[in-house]
Design a protein around this ligand. Structure first.
Ligand code: NAD
Length: 432
């Protein structure tokens, strides 16, 4: 039985190469899947295998980079509110099935995050498959120059940003080849690292949740944090300002653990160095568990170990299976603020960067302030109230609100991305 998980990325490269091409697309129109290359027709039928990951996706565009030979992808989910937007992830994928599955899942997550944050953007995600993640500086530069060219060729259907595996220097390479990017360096007019804003947004969601659910403030609470990188370190400062009672943080990087332990030596915080497989942080008794490292950490192996009241953190896709695992959390009386609600400020920061930069920008600050109906505290309240009223998990409630909002057309441009995709198809983009 043939499955896309049996198809290597090299096989896709060879199949396209036999027809003299480096590009392919899959576009969904009126329930039909259209594929650019007849040679891939049988493969496209197998996209149905990814039914679980599918939900109102509009297109997948693929290219093998001219300089690097790496597989590059753009995934679009519901672009009614505007161009697909979300970061570009560079990762070592074992097969085409994993690559497609990750892109479909992540672009759907971005569609929901953007809609719930009130951004006039649709769901988008970029992927780069790279076997050798430790590539030389030149090799890495070529990958991101290719990615910039790839986005330019797509004529504005997707706006990229930073994600796992992509750094500031990589964003500069992308920016040198396309204008369809955010997370641009401050020296060239961008807003730089969004992690401080992300941390502030997560703490704001946490504060709203403990007030709505337990009628309490963060003062006096015990916090257990996994990961003290860009977001985690900024969040420690925000939590200390809120006078939490204790923070126990777990970090796998010894240099970071030492640096932060020194920086916070006089604060009520214990930063422990652990191995990636250590499970102490799940077992730790605390009021709030804060996942700030990687996604996919909460599932059947870890949820039974949790000893907390609330989960709220920055990591994307914290639940291995969102529906199943949010039900397991509820069954254990553990409340959850969905990650895409709490961690919106990274992408908000990127979206707003396109409209100029202001210190204490009101367009950023309104997300923390209950005066605006779409703010983090107000949407957190809406999600908890809807979940209670309908007897569903907070994940279902947040998805429902996000999916409704994702249907609102952009007030000026309508569903222009669909027209842009049509143009790429009629212009035989795949032959370029
Ligand atoms: P980062 O890479 O700077 O920090 C992650 C930290 O987690 C690293 O220090 C790493 O050593 C540590 N870590 C990894 N595995 C661990 C483990 N098993 N136990 C303990 N520590 C572990 O990333 P970041 O920018 O701080 O982002 C954190 C998470 O938030 C990521 O999942 C990211 O996708 C998500 N996120 C970040 C932003 C942002 O603005 N940076 C926005 C939205 C979502």
């Amino acid at each position: 039985m043939f499955a896309l998980s049996d198809v290597s990325i090299d096989r896709l490269r060879r199949t396209l190469g036999n027809t003299g091409q480096r590009r392919a697309y899959f576009v969904w129109r009126n329930g039909q899947l259209q594929c650019s290359n007849p040679q891939l027709d049988t493969w496209s039928q197998h996209l149905a295998e990814h039914r679980r990951d599918f939900d109102a996706h509009e297109a997948v565009f693929l290219e093998f980079g001219q300089r690097s030979g790496s597989l590059l992808g753009v995934f679009l989910h519901r672009t009614i509110r505007g161009q697909g937007a979300g970061g570009v992830r560079r990762w070592g994928y074992d097969n085409l099935g994993d690559f497609l599955s990750d892109g479909l899942r992540l672009s759907r997550g971005m569609g929901r995050k953007n809609a719930l944050a009130g951004l006039w953007w649709g769901g988008g995600k970029g992927l780069i498959a790279q076997d050798n993640l430790q590539a030389t500086a030149d090799g890495r530069r070529d990958v991101y120059l290719d990615y910039g060219d790839f986005i330019s060729s797509l004529g504005g259907i997707y706006v990229t940003a930073k994600d796992v595996g992509t750094g500031n220097e990589d964003m500069a390479q992308i920016f040198s080849r396309t204008r369809h990017t955010t997370c641009v360096a401050p020296e060239v007019g961008g807003s730089g690292n969004p992690s401080g804003a992300t941390a502030k947004g997560v703490v704001c969601a946490m504060e709203a949740a403990v007030s709505i659910l337990y009628g309490q403030s963060l003062g006096g609470m015990s916090v257990c944090m996994q990961g003290t990188g860009n977001v985690g370190a900024a969040m420690i400062r925000d939590l200390l300002e809120r006078q939490v009672e204790t923070i126990t943080a777990f970090e796998i990087s010894s240099s970071l653990q030492q640096e932060l332990s020194l920086a916070f030596a006089s604060d009520p915080i214990d930063i422990r160095l652990v191995s990636a497989t250590d499970d102490t942080c799940y077992r730790m008794a605390c009021d709030i568990f804060v996942p700030n490292a990687l996604g996919g950490i909460l599932g059947p192996d870890t949820i039974p170990k949790l000893n907390t009241r609330l989960v709220c953190g920055a990591a994307n896709n914290q639940l291995l299976d969102p529906e199943r695992d949010s039900r397991s959390l509820r069954a254990r009386n553990i409340d959850l603020v969905p990650d895409f609600l709490a961690n919106r400020m990274g992408i908000v920061n990127c979206a707003n960067e396109q409209y100029g930069w202001l210190p204490e920008d009101p367009a950023i600050e309104r997300h923390f302030d209950s005066a605006w109906e779409g703010s983090i505290p107000n949407v957190t309240r809406e999600v908890f109230e809807l979940a209670k009223r309908k007897g569903v998990t907070t994940t279902s409630a947040a998805n429902r609100l996000a999916d409704e909002r994702a249907q609102q057309p952009h007030p000026i441009w309508g569903h222009r991305t669909a027209t842009l995709i049509d143009r790429l198809m009629t212009a035989n983009w795949q032959r370029g």
